[in-house]
Design a protein around this ligand. Structure first.
Ligand SMILES: [Zn+2]
Length: 76
């Protein structure tokens, strides 16, 4: 079965092999847990077109930001 990642809404398979379920990735799990800031200290709100400065090693996250305009770090 598939569930939607609570953070990015991406469809992700719910399986025992996915240790981050119901999240699609560790990144999304950390975001949801509010540990993003401690995981990576260099964070600026990513934008789609300019000023993007994302200190992440996963292109998937950047792609997710582009797929949706939902601001994860609206408060920062
Ligand atoms: Zn996700």
């Amino acid at each position: 079965m598939n569930v939607n990642c609570p953070t990015c809404q991406k469809s992700v398979e719910w399986s025992t092999t996915n240790e981050y379920r119901p999240f699609c990735s560790k990144k999304c799990q950390l975001i949801d847990l509010g540990e993003w800031a401690t995981e990576s200290h260099v964070i600026s709100a990513p934008t789609n077109h300019s000023g993007a400065h994302i200190e992440l090693d996963e292109e998937a996250i950047a792609a997710q930001f582009e797929q949706q305009s939902k601001p994860f770090f609206d408060e920062s």
